[in-house]
Design a protein around this ligand. Structure first.
Ligand SMILES: [Zn+2]
Length: 129
């Protein structure tokens, strides 16, 4: 008989008590509080916490692309903070997608602002000379 699948992601916290569930069988219960592990899996996918930082990162990323490229740096920073936050577990997959979108747009916005800065610097030098 095959061994039951186990949680490989670490840390993967129980929504009941915060116990690290990595290595426990997916069909089983939390060794600490007895809550079914399936509850924690579901919450991760649908009902998990929203990350405000991931949300802000995506919004700033969009604004950085359409409005003001310098906001991209802030989006990039917030996306990194959001990813640190995810390491503790309990966040929904939407927040993860938003952080990824914020990260990508943030990097693009940052690159655009660097080009802008170079362009402005070159313009100033030409004006002054
Ligand atoms: Zn528990």
């Amino acid at each position: 008989m095959e061994a039951p699948p186990v949680i490989r992601e670490s840390p993967y916290r129980c929504i009941g008590c915060g116990y690290d569930l990595s290595g426990t069988a997916i069909g089983g219960q939390c060794p600490e509080c007895g809550r079914p592990i399936v509850d924690s899996l579901r919450s991760r996918e649908i009902g998990g916490r929203r990350s405000g930082q991931a949300n802000a990162s995506m919004i700033l990323g969009i604004l950085g692309l359409v409005l003001f490229p310098f906001l991209g740096m802030l989006a990039w920073y917030l996306a990194r903070k959001a990813r640190e936050e995810f390491a503790s577990g309990g966040f929904d997959s939407t927040s993860r997608s938003m952080a990824t979108a914020g990260l990508v747009m943030g990097i693009i916005g940052t690159i655009i602002s660097v080009f802008w800065a170079i362009y402005m610097a070159a313009f100033l030098v030409i004006e002054v000379l």
